[in-house]
Design a protein around this ligand. Structure first.
Ligand code: FSO
Ligand code: SF4
Length: 551
């Protein structure tokens, strides 16, 4: 008997599913509570969807579902207590939604989805229930595959919607879609054809949410610009900030100014260095270390406190000495790490505890020196458009390789470093997400001043890469985005990469190669649909793939 079942990320055990404990470190208890929380969200969405159809706004339900989906993303939250609380909070939210539905003339008898009436507080019973309602409760493997593919896309959407929300940017149509899609995943009358179109619709809503977040980020902090980011250290105590939330970044920089405490980014927060609004802070030193999975090593030598604003958290080892220096905020959490509370209406988060902690710590130990270059989001690339177009026309650039997505600890990911190294000199890598750490420190040079690795930013900034592709299509007067000299060799890990992939598919991008392994949640039939209709493929050897792409 399985203790749990999860197959949402690229590390899922044997590429089938984690059944004893998560390869990520998630305990069966937490995995099961996550399943139960998703089940509660489906109930909430059943009511919110009906209210939305009556043109009634459902702000609390929207926020609840977005937070919950985000909390269940791989490596975001390992804290059992937070899930128990969230599940119990759903009961009162559902009660108020039922009331509102009745007040608007809705027929409460119609609210038959089971979780709407679930009110258990006993932990053991909650765990038992979770086993009935998890992923495997859908028996048909193709329907299960399409439902989960939709839900993982929604999880990615939720992450980006939450960051946009934190910056005051909303789009109700996105929340409405999320409610409807969750309801659709519970409807046994919907067949594989319908669910396939739902998957694509999830992709087009993914484009929408990434555009919203792009607007939120750039209107708040300016357009990312070409930046040389210091990877060495200074001699002051410091805070390391990781994850993706730029509002947290802003508030931390403001609160640390003038305190003698420096700030460094880790992993996916590196692109914060590219924003004009953050570059002005003298105590914002640069980036420390590399991608998320190296944190067990890099946090040791950082010496100061670390703030997680989102995933990816790696459980500390029993020998780790940094455990008491780690803080989480937002959707992230880990038992034993201190959690910084949410903003109260109109106020900022209070990071004073971390700042005081930093003052008691040694400055970071230097692990490398030098600079990395980034900041090639759409506005910056458009500013260089003439140069790039000339290089393409003269043959100096023969092909662009979109190598966005995620990094991970699997040995097979060395492929991406080898691939980048082996690419012909007339190629340029367009990257976003933590995947970049596999090649952003390689001496790959430039083509007439254009670096051979152009980093657009975080995984959500894959949107920038799509905008760039669409612009090139227009400039070269092509009918089809697939006629561009762009190849897609994408590394995936968790559910934000799923929404990025679905977004690209919805934009008509074909022949995306996905590695290091294809998702375990794709049933053979669903994988075939993706192969036949979109040319999705896995990766082979570096040599074979380069020959294929350059042919
Ligand atoms: Fe990476 Fe983790 Fe940004 Fe993900 S740090 S793996 S796709 O959370 O979100 O790229
Ligand atoms: Fe396994 Fe990934 Fe799920 Fe963790 S998130 S339990 S590694 S499939």
């Amino acid at each position: 008997m399985n203790k749990m079942f999860c197959f949402q990320c690229q590390e899922s055990a044997k590429n089938i599913g984690c059944t004893i404990a998560g390869v990520c470190g998630k305990t069966p208890e937490v995995a099961n509570l996550q399943d139960l929380l998703i089940y509660m969200c489906k109930g909430i969405s059943h009511i919110a969807y009906r209210l939305n159809k009556m043109s009634v706004k459902t702000d609390l339900a929207d926020k609840f579902v977005v937070d919950s989906l985000f909390m269940t993303i791989t490596n975001a939250n390992f804290d059992k207590d937070r899930f128990v609380k969230k599940i119990k909070d759903s009961y009162s939210l559902i009660d108020s939604l039922i009331k509102e539905y009745a007040n608007n003339g809705g027929d409460v008898e119609q609210l038959s989805y089971e979780s709407i009436h679930y009110r258990e507080n006993d932990l053991e019973k909650m765990e038992e229930k979770s086993k009935e309602v998890g992923v495997l409760s859908t028996e048909n493997e193709d329907i299960r595959s399409l439902r989960e593919l939709t839900i993982y896309g929604l999880k990615g959407m939720a992450a980006y919607a939450e960051h946009a929300h934190n910056l005051g940017h909303h789009d109700n149509s996105i929340y409405e879609f999320m409610h409807r899609a969750l309801v659709d995943t519970t409807d046994d009358s919907l067949d594989a054809n319908y669910l396939t179109s739902l998957v694509l619709e999830t992709g087009s809503n993914g484009v929408k949410v990434m555009a919203l977040l792009d607007k939120a980020n750039t209107s708040s902090y300016g357009n990312p610009e070409i930046t040389k980011v210091n990877i060495g250290v200074k001699n002051n105590p410091a805070i390391l900030i990781s994850g993706h939330d730029l509002k947290d970044m802003e508030e931390l920089l403001k609160q640390t100014e003038g305190t003698g405490v420096d700030v460094y980014t880790h992993s996916e927060m590196l692109p914060a260095n590219y924003y004009p609004a953050f570059k002005k802070y003298k105590h914002f030193v640069g980036n420390y270390g590399s991608s998320w999975w190296r944190q067990n090593i890099e946090f040791e030598t950082f010496n100061g406190p670390i703030l997680f604003t989102t995933n990816c958290i790696v459980p500390p080892k029993s020998t780790s000495t940094y455990t008491d220096r780690v803080y989480t905020t937002g959707s992230s959490g880990y038992p034993g790490f201190i959690h910084i509370k949410e903003r109260e209406d109109g106020k900022t988060k209070d990071f004073s505890q971390i700042i005081e902690h930093a003052k008691r710590c040694q400055p970071p130990t230097e692990i490398e020196t030098g600079e990395i270059i980034g900041g090639f989001a759409h506005a910056q690339v458009f500013a260089l458009a003439d140069k790039i177009i000339d290089a393409v026309k003269s043959g100096a650039i023969k092909k662009f390789f979109v190598m966005a997505g995620c990094d991970g600890r699997m040995k097979g990911r060395e492929y991406y470093t080898e691939f980048a190294n082996a690419l012909p000199k007339e190629t340029v890598i367009l990257t976003a997400g933590c995947a970049k750490y596999r090649y952003n420190k390689l001496p790959l040079g430039d083509i007439g001043g254009i670096p051979r690795v152009l980093d657009a930013g975080q995984c959500n900034d894959s949107y920038s890469l799509a905008v760039i592709a669409l612009k090139l299509k227009e400039i070269f007067e092509l009918n089809d985005i697939n006629e561009l000299p762009i190849a897609y060799n994408i590394a995936w890990y968790e559910q934000k990469a799923v929404i990025v992939l679905l977004a690209l598919l919805s934009l008509g991008v074909k022949n995306i190669h996905l590695g290091p392994t294809l998702p375990a949640f794709l049933s053979p039939n669903v994988a075939n649909v993706l192969v036949n209709n979109f040319g999705i493929a896995g990766i082979k050897s570096v040599k074979e793939d380069i020959e294929y792409f350059m042919a």
